[in-house]
Write a protein that binds this ligand. Structure first.
Ligand code: UDP
Length: 342
């Protein structure tokens, strides 16, 4: 099992004001590290890290990784989380998404080589596309449409993986690659278009839950705290372990089941409406997490129903629903594990 590093290091978190990035920055600070949060605020926001601004170990720099990086940066470790990550947001400006994946990664890799810093790439389950192998193992090469509406992200992230391994082979960069599956939790932007944020935002504003297709497509959701732990374990793993390694939830569930779980949490019959399935939307998705267990001693700990209850409380707070906490607690007591009784 990989141990956490306990010496004080300087972590550069690119995309640190995004959903996952802000949780990661907070955790690193709590462990006594210095954190430089670099963010363009295209999808992240200064509010996401406002609780850390007064911390002496924290620095926030507004910067887009596509542009040359400030020469003042001397990190010991770099997390590259900088990229719009929800389909809605990464499709808004697909050329920007591709540039972020490729040119941004290139800039960070050059910095990593200069500083001899470890660098971790936040890759994605999207490298598997609409998978024909299930669950997905790291040695599966995927089924990706190179010219579809999701390609800017899928192919951008695939190319970034290639850049990372070539920087290691050719330039001696100290790299790690995490393939991150759907992650959810407090801090998600209500308007990012993801399934969990959409459903909670819709339920709390009196709108119907929009299920795309017939809702039979599956995802394996991972709670954000579990993901942050996994990313740090990977960063601290032995030098010769590069990955790619799958990091994700193991409770596979259909989108329709997610809608029903949200309904139970909210505590009343929110209507469900069916909308067309977006093109290239993967039918199934579940990680084989054997490698993460073996190399990092990691597996997700937070059950889906508990994670969703925490997330619902967050949405109630952030969207100003004062009755939400009580409803959430009621639902938390009565929901069945993994949605089995839906
Ligand atoms: N989805 C849905 N309704 C929504 C948002 C998403 O049915 O309001 C579906 C989407 O089509 C996909 C799944 O939920 O099958 C997960 O979508 P998300 O955007 O969260 O992430 P993805 O796994 O597609 O990157």
């Amino acid at each position: 099992m990989a141990a956490r590093e306990h010496s004080v290091n300087t972590f550069l978190v690119a995309g640190g004001a995004g959903f996952l990035g802000a949780h990661l920055c907070r955790s690193l600070l709590q462990q006594g590290h210095r954190v430089i949060c670099l963010d363009s605020f295209v999808t992240g926001s200064p509010q996401a890290v406002s609780d850390m601004l007064a911390h002496p170990g924290f620095e926030l720099i507004e910067h887009d990784i596509i542009d040359p990086l400030p020469e003042t940066l001397h990190p010991t470790h770099i997390f590259n989380l900088a990229c719009p990550a929800s389909p809605k947001r990464y499709q808004e400006d697909p050329i920007f998404t591709l540039r972020t994946c490729v040119l941004g990664s290139n800039n960070l890799l050059e910095l990593a080589v200069t500083c001899n810093a470890r660098i971790l790439q936040a890759s994605t389950s999207e490298v598997y596309g609409d998978p024909e192998q299930h669950p997905q193992h790291e040695n599966y090469h995927g089924n990706v449409n190179p010219v579809g509406t999701r390609s800017c992200y899928d192919e951008g992230k695939r190319c970034a993986e290639t850049l990372f391994v070539e920087f290691q082979r050719v330039r001696g960069a100290r790299v790690k690659i995490a393939r991150i599956f759907n992650t959810y939790g407090p801090g998600m932007a209500p308007d990012d278009g993801r399934v969990v944020s959409n459903f909670f935002a819709q339920a709390l504003t009196g709108r119907a839950l929009t299920v795309y297709g017939d809702g039979s497509q599956t995802r394996s959701l991972c709670y954000v705290d579990d993901m942050v732990e996994a990313l740090q374990r990977l960063m601290a793993s032995p030098e010769d372990f590069v990955g790619p390694v799958n990091l994700g939830g193991t409770e596979e569930i259909t989108v329709l089941q997610i809608a029903h779980m949200v309904r139970e949490l909210v505590g009343h019959d929110v209507p469900i409406v069916f909308r067309p399935l977006p093109s290239d939307d993967p039918c199934v998705r579940r990680p084989d997490t054997g490698l993460a267990q073996e190399k990092l001693g990691w597996k997700p700990e937070i059950p889906l129903r508990l994670g969703l209850a925490h997330t619902y409380e967050y949405f109630c707070r952030s969207m100003g629903n004062v009755e939400g906490n009580a409803a959430s607690l009621r639902a938390n007591d009565s929901l069945s594990v993994g949605g089995a009784a839906l």
